[in-house]
Design a binder for this molecule. Structure first.
Ligand code: GLN
Ligand code: ZN
Length: 756
């Protein structure tokens, strides 16, 4: 018999119940017990779905009130000492304070979980960190699941991945040196789980898919030799990439089984040909929303079954945390686009797919002939659909003129033409795009979507807002104005709704962090732009003023990165399709007289592959897509781009290769540190380093801004330096916005006066 298991389930519930309960609890509208009860009900539902699909175990310990890495910090006693909490007796309130900060302490920092859009809380390790086991989180969930009649498989992130994902704080040291102290605590935790009757424990070590230093890799041997002494079987789970290069190491580890992500890296199977222990084949995509062609999957797993017999397990490629909960509630999508609906699978549907696979493996394909042919039929209609495959899109991509992704002339020549008509002062000032999204704006949009506000009234409301934003910028004496993006709910969704090839779900939420969820658009077909998307708004804004108005687009890489992307053609192709559609918009803006155009790419860095060896290929196509998105524009049209805070040092050549005339970046929080790298590298084009942090309502003093600007002037020649906030202002209120921009303008004028 083939074993079916799930690596982890979404925690927030089908309708984001956990999110709403958490937020009500934080607002003190419900009691702790209410929140605990709701969480228990959610876990029970998750387990029930797994049991009903005939899973051999239910995953436990994967449920969390905020983050599974925070849970592990509590379980190992490694919560930041600066809070002064006792990890052995942590209250729920204290747990949330760790995650969200309190009056005295800022929250534990968050960062992206590998290359997903989920954020974990980064462990803070210190030289003298002491660990102490507190397995309550896992033990309680085991007891609860067992009481409900389930066979459990606890899920714990392994010690090397846990340590790797943390950061050193305080006195300098290498967190690797903590391993010897950490491992015995893991042994204690795992022993406690074994004592609760867990036959198998899943230990996640996704760090194995990164470029780990040799000593870390080597440590797997000694660490797992220790963990193997625990009285339970260990399934070492890897995901998000290939571990083929570590095949010999992994085969020799004294664990009882290994999980491989065969969706992201199907080719790695060859390296585990002769693996004879339990092999968990991750064959259903845990990171995306596409239905599998089950016959194709069976073609892969049937030979494995023949070889491995009982030792073959089947599973999703990774935790289902990264997929929405249930497709069956998407009735609108089903009615509007029944074909697309039939091509999708969310968590509950993926669990059913695994159940069908299990039956086919155990009883033959005939036993599930109906389900298999349905899955086959969906795959066939998708492959042959004329809605998603448009000949004109493929033709256009295939026949782009040579050098289509290059500007007509080099920057040095372009900038002269641009300066000639722009006629800007030194240190030109601008904004990154959005202005406060007030509750009036959001209410108007909600009313419009509900049908309570007519299109004409909605547009009038947005125009009024745009005029307001323009007037304020004129009063502030800014040089290059923006229209404020009032009409945009979200920088990706706005464009997705206007492009063909995109679809939207109603409940397709995925946890981003804590109670925050995102609902990515679905890119399912070839992308085209039926009509201009931003021209009317930008033109209207430009008509209100004599100053220069900047057009505002979201770039192709960012649109790709923040969507669920079709998996039947390469991501690079999808990205280029978006780029070409955007280039039509750029030319239309240009024609309408908008000749400064910003193409935002805040997500360019987060698309970097997990392994460095794959970076170049990515940066190549991402850069090409960015450049294609302004294909054909005139030399005197000024293309801006914007990127949020990220480590650019290691990818500066690729950033320079984007060849944007002006790049604005978030730099104030790093005290312009980020900019030093641009200086060292001799970044050739214009730069606008952010001069104040937009994440806070705090108004910076003019001294602070001056300090940052002077630092910037040390690195960037004054002829190429722009002045702007770190990022868009959509989350800010108007009062602080005016005060902040005033300070920025005062300092700019003061420095300008020194140049004459
Ligand atoms: N133009 C966008 C804005 O101003 C950019 C947002 C971002 O960088 N994430 O809101
Ligand atoms: Zn930004």
């Amino acid at each position: 018999m083939t074993t079916l298991h799930i690596l982890g389930f979404p925690r927030v519930g089908a309708k984001r119940e956990l999110k709403f309960a958490q937020e009500r609890y934080w607002r003190k509208e419900i009691a702790e017990q209410d929140l605990l009860d709701l969480a228990k009900a959610l876990r029970e539902k998750n387990w029930k779905h797994q049991a009903e699909a005939n899973a051999d175990f239910v995953a436990v310990g994967d449920f969390t009130f905020y983050d599974h890495i925070l849970d592990l910090q509590v379980a190992t006693g490694a919560i930041p000492a600066r809070f002064g909490f006792d990890s052995q007796n942590l209250t729920l309130d204290q747990y949330f304070q760790l995650a969200r900060g309190n009056k005295e302490q800022f929250a534990i920092e968050m960062t992206k979980w590998f290359d997903t859009n989920y954020h974990y809380l980064v462990p803070e390790f210190q030289k003298n960190t002491e660990f102490k086991a507190n397995p309550a989180h896992y033990v309680n969930q085991i007891r609860e699941a067992k009481a409900a009649g389930h066979t459990v498989k606890p899920v714990v992130v392994g010690p090397l991945t846990f340590l790797w994902l943390g950061k050193e704080k305080g006195e300098a040291f290498n967190r690797f040196d903590l391993l010897n102290k950490l491992v015995p605590v893991y042994v204690d935790i795992l022993n406690a789980l074994a004592a609760e009757g867990a036959e198998w424990i899943q230990i996640d070590e996704p760090a194995l898919t990164l470029d780990l230093p040799a000593e870390w890799l080597e440590a797997y041997k000694t660490v797992y030799a220790e963990l193997a002494k625990v009285n339970a079987k260990l399934l070492l789970a890897t995901y998000f990439g290939s571990v083929a290069e570590h095949a010999e190491l992994l085969k020799a580890l004294p664990v009882d089984g290994l999980h491989l992500d065969l969706v992201r890296a199907p080719e790695q199977l060859a390296a585990f040909e002769n693996y004879s222990k339990v092999l968990s084949a991750g064959v259903i995509e845990g990171r995306n929303i596409w239905r599998a062609n089950l016959n194709n999957v069976l073609d892969v797993v049937e030979p494995l079954k023949a070889k491995l017999g009982e030792n073959l397990w089947i599973a999703p490629s990774c935790s289902l945390l990264h997929t929405p909960y249930d497709l069956s509630v998407e009735t609108q999508l089903q009615a509007k686009n029944p074909d697309l609906y039939s091509w999708l699978a969310f968590t509950l549907q993926k669990v059913k797919e695994l159940s069908v696979l299990k039956q086919a493996l155990n009883n033959g394909r005939d036993a599930v002939a109906a389900q298999l042919s349905e899955s086959e039929r969906a795959a066939k209609t998708r492959a042959e659909s004329t809605v998603i495959h448009k000949a004109e899109v493929a033709d256009r991509l295939a026949n782009l003129p040579a050098g289509a992704d290059q500007r007509k002339s080099p920057f040095a020549e372009r900038i002269k033409l641009q300066n000639a008509w722009l006629n800007l002062p030194l240190l030109p000032t601008t904004n990154i795009g959005s202005f406060p999204q007030t509750s009036e704006i959001r209410q108007a949009r909600a009313a419009f979507k509900k049908g309570d506000l007519s299109l004409a009234d909605y547009e009038a409301a947005m125009k009024k807002e745009i005029e307001y934003v323009v007037r304020r910028q004129e009063e502030l004496d800014l040089d290059v104005l923006v229209h404020g993006e009032a009409e945009r709910n979200d920088m990706v969704e706005y464009f997705g709704e206007l492009l063909d090839g995109f679809a939207f779900t109603k409940f397709g939420w995925v946890q981003s962090y804590g109670s925050r969820c995102v609902k990515p658009p679905v890119i399912y077909g070839d992308v085209t732009r039926p009509e201009p998307m931003t021209v009317r708004w930008s033109q209207y804004a430009a008509s209100l003023t004599n100053r220069v108005m900047k057009g505002m687009l979201t770039g192709p890489v960012t649109i790709l990165q923040w969507s669920f992307v079709r998996n039947d053609i390469p991501r690079s192709t999808v990205c280029k399709q978006i780029a070409v559609a955007l280039s039509d918009e750029v030319l239309d803006l240009e024609k309408a007289g908008i000749k400064v155009i910003q193409i935002d790419e805040p997500a360019i860095r987060e698309g970097l592959p997990l392994k460095r060896a794959d970076w170049d290929a990515y940066l190549q196509w991402a850069g090409e897509a960015f450049r294609l998105s302004s294909m054909g524009c005139q030399d005197d049209t000024q293309i801006h781009t914007h990127m949020c805070y990220s480590e650019f040092n290691d990818i500066l050549p690729a950033i320079a290769a984007l060849d944007a005339d002006v790049i604005t970046i978030e730099t104030s929080r790093s005290d312009m540190e980020l900019l030093t790298a641009f200086g060292d590298f001799k970044y050739p084009n214009d730069i606008g380093p952010g001069v104040y942090d937009i994440h806070s309502p705090r108004v910076p003093t003019e001294e602070e801004i001056e300090h940052l600007l002077r630092k910037a002037l040390n690195v960037v020649p004054k002829e190429r330096l722009w002045v702007n906030p770190d990022c868009g202002l959509k989350t800010r209120g108007w009062t602080e916005t005016i005060a902040q921009l005033k300070a920025m303008m005062n300092v700019t004028k003061k420095l300008r006066s020194e140049f004459v």
